[in-house]
Ligand binder design. Structure first.
Ligand code: FAD
Length: 476
């Protein structure tokens, strides 16, 4: 590994996945890394904490990944938590009333590997399946450009039935992109379809078996072990770059302001926190203008603790109702699984609603009542169960809306200031707002910084998952 002779200093603002990935990569390359995180914990939008009302450690929301998330998987390997991810091949779809159908891979080559189970789905008619198959072929075989139209309009233009939209496209794309179909751009939808069909491994779903902050605290240990520093409860206020250094102003955990000089700065902040740290100089104007085009999408997690088991599934996609996913946390979390052995009857469930705009103005008790009603429709055993406790976590700014035209406003990781770099799931990564997108942005920012520091040959980005079967012929 090539090391720089005198360690140069890098300040990183933001301890989410983008900042942590950049910090780990640069600490590995011999830079003196200092990371500032406003909150008292690492992980950003993918974190966990002890919930005061229930006394339970809860994730802000269930986070899942797929094997196509090659940079995230590489990041887990780098920080030593790869074995904390459980992988699943099967995906269960449940209809109200409790009928379930499982999607799993067959030995057929991609993209036909899921065809046998898909063709057996009882909740879609032959007409729905034909329409979906034609749409998948069209989305995977041809490059889809941003025409300014939404994916819902595309569905109508391409003969998708109402049932195909409601029971196939909505469950898959609203969860993947956290937005309603009429606000999703066509290339984003096409990317999800193409990536998930590219090989049998591509759709293996990974679920962390420990709370998110435990997962990402290991990145903090990794940085400290390479002489880096992590300052929690510490905010970047603003910065002023010149040709040889960047002056940064920070407020520390005791609310004291201080100024420092660093060689480089990476802003790894969510899009809605960037504007307030930009300098009041004319060269910040184009970035400020780009930021005005981003809009937030909410995601809501509903956490329910029952006195008994309501299902023996680890997770499931729920059709036709407000709730979209069920995660059986007491089976997924190793810590909870141990607790369940001693109290075998209890069960902890998290329900997820992506693009949850309809829940934002509802009270917590209204949301719990709605969730309970729906859970009892999907899982008959829940009708006999007593709800012991519950909580609702609304993340209003969960992701950015992947609407038509937004990609033109996603900035690259190098900025107008040669010593300042941008990272975050909203920057130009080719990926939507996901943990993979965030890690990619962190690695791309670290690569740009190394380039500026004269270390042009060092790369961090992991190769994409290779396509297999017929999908090798269809890559755009
Ligand atoms: C409810 C929910 C569910 C999700 N589900 C999934 C999923 O299943 N799979 C998936 O891949 N992705 C999911 N995502 C998206 C994923 O969490 C994000 O895309 C990713 O974590 C973003 O990482 P980031 O580092 O870009 O930003 P962030 O995680 O937002 O990190 C930025 C950090 O900067 C800090 N900060 C802000 N201002 C300052 C300042 N001035 N100084 C210092 N620090 C500052 C913030 O506190 C934050 O910790 C979900 C997100 C949410 C909210």
């Amino acid at each position: 590994m090539s090391q720089i002779p005198t360690p140069q200093s890098v300040a990183i603002a933001g301890g989410g996945l983008a900042g942590l990935a950049a910090a780990c990569a640069l600490a590995d390359s011999g830079f003196r890394v200092t990371l500032f995180e406003r909150r008292p914990y690492l992980g950003g939008r993918a974190s966990s904490y002890e919930h005061p009302g229930t006394g339970e450690v809860v994730d802000n929301c269930q986070h899942v990944l797929f094997r196509i998330c090659t940079n995230l998987v590489e990041f887990y390997r780098r920080i030593g938590v790869e074995d904390k991810i459980r992988w699943y091949d099967d995906m269960t779809f449940i209809e109200p009333g409790g009928r379930s159908s499982v999607m799993h891979a067959s030995p057929l080559p991609a993209p036909l590997h899921t065809a046998p189970s898909f063709l057996r789905f009882p909740f879609l008619t032959v007409k729905d399946k034909l329409a979906i198959s034609c749409a998948i072929a069209s989305l995977t075989l041809a490059t889809q450009r941003d025409t300014g139209r939404s994916f819902l309009q595309w569905c109508h233009d391409h003969g998708q039935t109402e049932t195909a939209i409601e029971r196939f496209w909505k469950p898959i794309l609203v969860s993947a992109l956290s937005e309603h179909l009429d606000l999703i751009s066509i290339p984003y939808a096409a990317q999800v379809v193409r990536e998930s069909m590219k090989s049998p491994a591509a759709r293996h779903m990974g679920v962390p078996s420990i709370p998110l902050t435990d997962l990402y605290n290991t990145a903090g240990d990794y940085i400290r072990a390479r002489s880096g520093e992590i300052h929690l409860r510490t905010s970047l206020e603003t910065f002023l770059p010149n040709s040889s250094q960047v002056q940064i102003r920070i407020t520390d955990k005791d609310k004291k302001d201080r100024e420092e000089f660093v060689d480089y700065l990476i802003l790894a902040l969510p899009f809605n926190s960037v504007d307030r740290v930009l300098p009041e100089t004319p060269d910040a104007a184009p970035l400020r203008e780009d930021l005005t085009h981003f809009e937030s999408c909410p995601i809501t997690g509903i956490h329910l603790w029952f006195d008994r088991q309501i299902t023996d599934l680890d997770h499931a996609v729920l059709l036709d109702r407000t709730i979209q996913w069920m995660f059986h946390k007491s089976r997924l979390l190793t810590t909870r699984a141990a607790a369940t052995d001693s109290e075998p009857s209890g069960s902890y469930i998290e329900l997820v609603v992506s693009a949850s705009k309809s829940l934002i103005d509802k009270s917590r008790s209204e949301i719990v009542d709605l969730a309970l009603k729906e859970v009892r429709e999907f899982f008959p055993a829940a009708r006999e169960a007593t709800l012991l406790k519950s909580t609702v976590i609304k993340e209003v700014h969960a992701t950015y809306s992947p609407g038509p035209g937004i990609d033109a406003h996603r900035p690259p990781q190098s900025s107008t200031w040669p010593r300042v770099f941008l990272a975050g799931d909203w920057t130009a990564t080719g990926w939507p707002a996901t943990m993979e997108g965030a890690v990619r942005s962190g690695y791309l920012a670290a690569e740009s910084l190394l380039h500026a520091a004269g270390m042009k040959d060092r790369k961090f980005l992991a190769p994409d998952l290779p396509a297999s079967g017929f999908m090798r012929l269809s890559q755009p």
